[in-house]
Design a protein around this ligand. Structure first.
Ligand code: COA
Length: 535
């Protein structure tokens, strides 16, 4: 292995200005996270606690092995989407250890609009299930929800990927032996009642958890029958009469203790298929990334310096360093786990795309996970590259990337545009996880480019119609287009729409990837069948 050599001047004015800019961005991320972690309004939290219930985050904490990390996913989903709803879309999802076993935890936050499901809540629940399914993680759902947020019907009810998909996936996972446990800690009405009913084992809290297809009011309206909550769907009734739930708990803490016991008896824990080496920190401080990424989005980042700060010991065995040098490819380790890294160092050319395809196929053959560090303005255009067959070289890269069934992850570190975004393991290619740094952005093209393209189209139409426009008119035409793309491309918009799994900051990247690498190393190997490579 070769230790990468850094040429960074950490004492420069430029470095200091970038560093200050990036630290402000990290502070913004932390403040958004704090907002999400608080949950609903104080009055709702007080009412929740006054009922003797633990707050959702306390529930998650008690469920996990003490002192172990919780990798929260989609924490900013729904950011700025729903009035009066903090980021997170009224649900917490993430991976943590219970009795030494990785589990996916899904917990409704009843302090946010009664824990009801918005469109984004459904999408987040479904995404968490997909990650669990792919990695055969037991799913523990802490249910405390009023079911559908009724005004958002179109985003909840009719389509695939919405509420109904939660059930579909529960059944699919169950068929493949992925354990599922529900803890009924609050109301579970209508569709929501099927979540615990479709689980392997269900715990319910006495006097607090209720499960029914129709509550007392609906029952009265539909049938004229008067019946109280407890008789209709209480814990004692379900554990002793209907058999809909299996374990009766006296309170939240008791329910969580029972749940930990259930996890203890899920059988043999999956073992990693790989033996990681002893973790080592990079040879250069990771924080220096703050000063390396320019505060001016137009200035390209020297991603060689970034890679040097993400790998153990900054050791990198580079593949084809002299060929297709707008893409770096090579092997290194993250907290001891071996990875194949692809990092952009310029626009993608024929040679870099071919190198990517070659490198990915090597990683597949060696069963090594892939990490894409995406920061690319796209593929090269023009006569020379077209005649050199850039379309088929790009197709090879995309075929290799898409076909590869080794664990694969994307970190959008900078601006990732157009087909470049897709080729660097964009979301449509189903990465095991996608993260973005606060400086990460993605769009069909950059704001300036799109404004120019559309202005050019407009100018041609003007010419055809014998009209002309002044510089000011052109600028007035361009400004809103530029703004729209600027708003679209940001990491937080991607997080809000769940086009990424989380915004993470550079200093968290190694820990997050290492945990994902550990999790994915415990699932069975999946064979890759490459599609046809156009030669
Ligand atoms: N759709 C839309 N909004 C809902 C809702 C739903 N299904 N259920 C609750 N809300 C809203 C309330 O309007 C209230 O909004 P506000 O904060 O703007 O005032 C907020 O969620 C909290 O509701 P509240 O009733 O004050 O909280 P609670 O803790 O006392 O009770 C529930 C929570 C979920 C038990 C109760 O609201 C309820 O029974 N909701 C209806 C559940 C239902 O029948 N769902 C069927 C879905 S198919």
């Amino acid at each position: 292995m070769t230790k990468m050599k850094s040429l960074l001047d950490a004492g420069s004015e430029e470095f200091r200005a970038n560093d200050a800019f990036y630290r402000a961005k990290v502070a913004e991320l932390q403040s958004l996270r704090r907002l999400q972690r608080v949950g609903g309004p104080e009055s709702a939290r007080k009412r929740h606690v006054d009922k003797g219930k633990l707050l959702p985050r306390e529930r998650v904490e008690r469920l996990l092995d003490p002192g172990t990390p919780f990798l929260e996913l989609a924490e900013l989903a729904g950011l700025n989407k729903y009035e009066g709803v903090p980021p997170g879309a009224s649900i917490i999802t993430g991976i943590g250890l219970i009795e030494g076993r990785y589990c996916m935890i899904i917990a409704n936050d009843a302090t946010v609009k009664g824990g009801t499901y918005f469109g984004m809540t459904c999408k987040k629940h479904v995404r968490a299930q997909r990650i669990a399914w792919a990695n055969r993680l037991p799913v523990i759902t802490l249910v405390d929800s009023g079911g559908a947020f009724l005004p958002d019907q179109e985003n909840i009810f009719p389509d695939e990927g919405q509420f109904g998909s939660i059930f579909y996936q529960q059944i699919g996972m169950s068929g493949e032996g992925v354990p599922q446990i529900a803890v009924v800690m609050g109301p579970c009405t209508a569709g929501g009642a099927y979540i615990p009913a479709l689980c392997d084992e269900a715990v319910i809290v006495r006097g607090q958890g209720f499960m029914y297809l129709g509550g007392p009011e609906l029952t009265f309206a539909a049938t004229g029958e008067r019946v109280d909550n407890e008789t209709l769907g209480g814990g004692k009734m379900h554990c002793s009469v209907s058999g809909v739930t299996d374990h009766l708990a006296e309170n939240d803490a008791h329910a969580l203790a029972i749940t930990r016991n259930i996890v203890k008896h899920l059988g043999e824990k999956p073992q990693p298929r790989k033996t990681p080496l002893a973790p080592q920190p990079p040879a250069y401080p990771v924080e220096e990334i703050y000063g390396i990424v320019s505060r001016d989005a137009k200035v390209p980042t020297d991603n060689r310096e970034i890679v040097a700060r993400l790998l153990d010991g900054s050791e990198f065995h580079e593949f084809k360093p002299l060929y297709g040098d707008t893409l770096m490819t090579g092997w290194g380790r993250i907290h001891g786990h071996e990875v194949g890294v692809l990092a952009n160092t310029g626009v993608l050319f024929v040679e870099s795309a071919l190198k990517a395809a070659h490198f990915i196929s090597l990683c597949v053959q060696r069963d090594i996970p892939l990490v894409f560090l995406a920061d690319v303005s796209g593929f090269m255009v023009g006569r020379d590259v077209e005649q050199a067959g850039i379309a088929k070289a790009g197709a090879k890269m995309i075929t290799a990337m898409s076909s590869a069934k080794v664990p694969k992850f994307t970190v959008i570190t900078g601006g990732s545009y157009g087909a470049g975004y897709l080729a660097m393991l964009g979301r449509p290619f189903r990465p095991d996880a996608t993260f973005a740094w606060p400086t990460g952005r993605a769009a069909i093209m950059g704001p300036e480019q799109v404004a120019s393209v559309l202005a050019q189209v407009r100018a041609q139409i003007n010419e055809r119609e014998g009209k002309s426009w002044t510089r000011e008119e052109e600028e007035a035409f361009k400004a809103p287009i530029r703004k729209e793309y600027e708003d679209f491309q940001g990491a937080y918009n991607f997080a809000s729409n769940l086009w990424i799994d989380s915004v993470i900051e550079p200093c968290e990247t190694r820990d997050v990837l290492a945990m994902m690498l550990d999790i994915t190393s415990r699932r069975p190997k999946v064979e890759t069948h490459f599609g046809v490579f156009r030669m």
